[in-house]
Design a protein around this ligand. Sequence first.
Ligand code: BG6
Length: 470
Amino acid sequence: PRPEDHVVVLFGATGDLAKRKLLPGLFHLARAGLMPAGYRVIGSAPAADALSTDAFRKHAREAVAEFGTSQPEGPAWEEFERALSFGAADPDDTGPLQTAVREAEQALGGSPRRLFHLAVPPKAFPSVIAELGASGLAEGGRVIVEKPFGTDLASARALDGTIHAVFDESRVFRIDHFLGKESVDNILALRFANGLFEPVWNRDHISHVQIDVPEKLTIEGRAGFFEGTGTFRDMIVTHLFQILGFVAMEPPAVLTAQALRTEKAKVFQSMRPLDPAQAVRGQYEGYRAEPGVDPRSDTETFAALRVDIDNWRWAGVPFYLRSGKALAEGRHVVTLGFREPALRMFAVDVPDTTNELVIDFDDPGRITARFLAKEPGPEMNLGEAEMVFAYTDCFNTAHALEGYERLILDAMLGDQSLFTSSEGIERLWEASAPLLENPPPVEPYARGSWGPDAVHRLVAPYRWHLPEGG
Ligand code: BG6
């Protein structure tokens, strides 16, 4: 289905996210014929950072050229560029934005839907929401709110209060772009479309789970955002917990937004409050010398922890989560470790890692089943073997969408299935409270490593699946 006509307003249009993901993503949607028949994209920022429409178009062209999947040229680009304009907005003066919205709506005719994307630092959410309410711009519109949603339970509740005063919940789209990744969505297909996997997806067969998202990137000049946030809030309480929700949830009764959100919220409800003794915080060497970082900063650039889910499916199965900056590799991996068979009937030594299902949710994704097989020859010796499903081998990935693209499209369609609910988020902050209140000290780690040494003790007697073969 194609969305109804839209005026999309991009707050933070001159920022990092708009440049890397949102402008290239909107252009890709337009090229793929997935934007509404009639649409306009209005960039917005405080007057101090305002651009002319021409300057904004140039900014968008450069962003697409640098970060887009196709070059900004030809008729598709010209059409997209014509749909772009700029309207500045400050809390006490939304005049230029209001004019830009009115002009866009007149140009489209009819009554297009408004979609506001808040690609601004979390501390700016309340003032932008308030200005949308006070100016009347919010009327009938939908809002996409970036993560992290609050910094703890109290602030998340307060933010919900601010938002709900202007937008009712059916018009709120709390975005977590990991949920828009093809191979994350595929976790649902893998589990609930196949008699092969779901029957073993529980504590009887699975001994432990790892959700591992190391990044090679440093903070890349984002000190202003990162210093007040840290890896736990930037990655764990958001992306990694949402993945955990998909891996651990019960089958929903139906595939609707409400049912999916309910099942995920139940997993979060069963999460044992996080234990600071089962968590590691780290900071890469040299972080304190990054521009804009406090030389005595205590912000973590690495976090690893154990999560326990006290329900019938997962009791006693540890979930280990890890993410950090400046690590040895950039990967997105979920690993399910399976229990040993009831009896060891082979006289030979078997390798440590016997059965694993490894879900790589890098774009494009891959799933590997690792198991033991008989080595060719006259004796019954065992060796490690694997079966691989690679998206690129089985499907034409030309139509794949990036996380942000998929989710912006869903927001235009009004489908909240892959967005997070206030209930779910509040529960995650609640479970995180003991760790946030008593964080373990940050331990330094070398750039290009896999984090502080303590990360290995955290998972004993298991081992991290990454590095592969390490
Ligand atoms: C963002 C975080 O949400 O996700 C960044 O703010 C992080 O710090 C990024 O680098 C990772 O996303 P992806 O899709 O590139 O793995």
